[in-house]
Design a protein around this ligand. Structure first.
Ligand code: PLP
Length: 430
């Protein structure tokens, strides 16, 4: 849909590696963002296929020669286009609901490469996953072991399980996305895991396959994961001495990305000390990265509706809002805001970039120096993870469109929602 545009900037200016500046403004791979907005409107999530592939291949390359399965954590971005891209690259998938399983299968993913995490699996979800033949259930409580065994037995099946253990290490991340502390709701307490494995081994509907842990998200330091892995390996060896031999060890996801000035380790540097722990071991290794595969492969494209100069603050009211990108309102998260094609002569000013929603928490970026005019486009970067998947219809706002750019092509992978769809299942009182 657009002609190729030669970029002039170094490819590392933005955290999204395939985003560059050109005479026609920001260009993703070979497509001007202005062309995406003209064809598909705003707000629109825009992902780069090359960036998705590069992120996955960083894991693949760092893990070359090992028996591993990289299970993409679907909740980070569950668009079928994204899932199909990872399925073609040979990814497995980490799901947290029956809905996510349905998406993976609809996108061409293989059930035999799916692990199912989450503290609240329903009977219906267990049945669905057993019928599909998933790779493993990551079980998070004693009660879930019992339920899963009963459900599987009732279907004449055996459920492969791993216990998600809580290694009680501090991942040093935001409290809402820290999951590996004793005080979290996730996983089974480390001290109880041994007894639970013994119990699981006696339950008729279960096959004890592995062990897992996931200590948090947006980790900028790999050391807590190494600490967790060491604890897990100690437990694996104690279990083996009891005759409970595990086939795989799942070290979860959590590697952080650069939103602003963070300096997360590269995938290779993050994995190296973990892989060293596994030298000479026989278990297959699983990982569940989400954010680090998609976060910096996408942006949210939005248009300025109004500029509202103020005494204390200037507001840029854009057509995206907290219902589209919740992270700023939810975690006070920082996303880079870049004017897509600043018009010559527009003076820069400091803006609060806000949406139209009736909440003071509806902001996308605070106090940013931007050269903006009404109708200009703004790109909110690093929005590929936990962007669209956390969006809602608050204020009866149809959710954004999603596109994947591949070279000079633009694939519409989700149509913009229409208002009628939003209340199609509702009815006025009779
Ligand atoms: C959310 C989650 C992940 C992915 O975490 P990222 O920080 O996005 O890599 C992996 N495993 C489990 C169990 C999760 O809940």
């Amino acid at each position: 849909m657009s002609t190729a545009i030669r970029s002039t900037a170094t490819p590392t200016e933005f955290p999204l590696p395939t985003l560059t500046r050109s005479a026609r403004g920001l260009v993703l791979e070979g497509v001007a963002l202005a062309d995406v907005a003209a064809a598909h409107g705003t707000p629109t999530y825009v992902y780069s296929l090359a960036a998705l592939r590069a992120a996955f291949n960083a894991y693949r390359d760092a893990l070359a020669g090992r028996r591993v399965l990289v299970c993409y954590a679907v909740k980070a971005n569950s668009n079928l286009g994204v899932l199909s891209a990872f399925a073609r690259l040979g990814a497995g998938f980490d799901i947290v609901s029956g809905g996510e399983l349905a998406r993976v299968l609809a996108a061409g993913g293989e059930a035999s490469r799916v692990v199912f995490s989450g503290v609240g699996k329903s009977v219906a979800e267990m049945r669905q996953a057993l019928a599909a033949g998933i790779r493993c259930f990551n079980v998070e409580s004693a009660a879930e072991l019992d339920r899963l065994s009963a459900v599987a037995s009732g279907m004449g099946k055996v459920a492969p399980i791993a216990l998600r253990v809580n290694p009680d290490v501090d991942p040093k991340t935001h409290p809402y996305i820290s999951t590996g502390l004793r005080s979290n709701k996730f996983g089974v307490a480390f001290d109880e895991a041994f007894a639970l494995y013994r119990r699981a081994a006696t339950l008729p509907g279960l096959h004890v396959a592995g062990i897992g842990c996931h200590i948090g998200s947006q980790l900028l330091d790999g050391a807590p994961v190494v600490e967790a892995a060491e604890k897990v390996l100690g437990l694996v060896d104690r279990l083996a001495a009891e005759g409970i031999v595990l086939e795989h060890i799942d070290l979860g996801g959590g590697l952080g990305i650069r939103y602003r000035d963070e300096t997360p380790p590269t995938v290779r540097d993050y994995l190296a000390p973990l892989l060293a722990l596994f030298d000479g071991r026989r278990e297959e290794l699983l990982f569940e990265p989400g954010r680090s595969l998609v976060g910096n492969a996408g942006l949210l494209l939005t248009r300025v509706e109004y500029l509202k100069p103020g005494v204390e603050k200037n507001f840029a009211v854009v057509d995206a809002a907290m219902n589209d990108l919740a992270r700023p309102a939810l975690y006070d998260a920082w996303h880079d805001a870049v004017a897509v094609a600043p018009r010559p002569g527009t003076a820069a000013a400091r803006y609060e970039v806000v949406g139209p929603i009736c909440e003071s928490g509806d902001f996308l970026a605070h106090d940013r120096e931007l050269a903006l005019a009404e109708d200009d486009l703004v790109a909110l970067l690093s929005a590929g993870a936990y962007g669209m998947t956390m969006s809602s219809n608050y204020n009866t706002r149809p959710r954004a469109a999603e596109v994947i750019v591949d070279g000079e092509r633009v694939h519409l992978v989700r149509e913009r929602e229409r208002v009628e769809q939003l209340f199609a299942g509702e009815r006025p009182l009779a």
